[in-house]
Design a protein around this ligand. Sequence first.
Ligand SMILES: [Fe+2]
Length: 298
Amino acid sequence: MANRIVKVIDLVPGRSVQLPSIENETLGNGQFWSDNVCAQEPIVIRHAVRDWPALRKWGTPGYLEALTDREVGVSDAFNASPTGLWYQNLPKLNLDQAISRLRNAGPDETHAIRSLPIPPEWKPDLGHYDFLDAKRDQPPRVYAQDRLFIYRNASTEWHYHTTDETLTTQLLGTKRISMFKLSSEDWQAYAVPIKSNLHHMDDGARFFPADRALTKFEATLEPGDVLYIPPFWWHGVDPADTDFGITLAHCFRTPLNRIGSLSDPAVKDVIRAQQSVMLAFRMRAFVALGSLSRLVTS
Ligand SMILES: [Fe+2]
């Protein structure tokens, strides 16, 4: 059944500027770590995984379908709750049937297979990131290390991550991404309407500051490109085409001296939102550890 395709990026008003990008081969040793991870600066690394076999192989109908034997949930809506687990209750299909359905869908249909762990049979088609030292590619604290998103016309709602560093790795199809960082002054003015879904209402821009002063850093990811997303950077994703697409989210551990301080409005928001007292305690403990580590290392 055809659905209206939902796009999210332009629903939040702001001034769009180009997100910085760099060619993978021009990145010096350790440069990504010092200039981006330690500085919490997002960047697009062009042609970073150009040599991964997945880029050549996964677009061929029948290839992935023959390499799978498991069940997955398939959604027919955009990814409205990126951090929620509601989609665990979706109707299940065999992965090969699900992929065929997405490949053969009409250009106006929305489908998504979300947060799929990499099937072991697919792993030989993936590789490594040469801009990230293996010793720094430590297992993430909260998110899964690797999640695949297989989609047709499925945007991902504006959200941010509380910890862990993310490498959004485009394997098939093109995506438009937009990112912004809020200060304590503009946190409420943007976080509240977005979390209340007011931006999806008709003329939703009226719920945001009228000055359109928010700076949105934007880029289009082509197959082989990698976007680095630091914690607490809001991001929204819209497919830039109507084709079958696959994105890999690879996460690694945030260095301890980089975990946010309690003065960060996003950190306060997270602690307020924690349903579980224990989780809030753990978050505070992380923040305290991060502050301590900064004192020790600075
Ligand atoms: Fe994300």
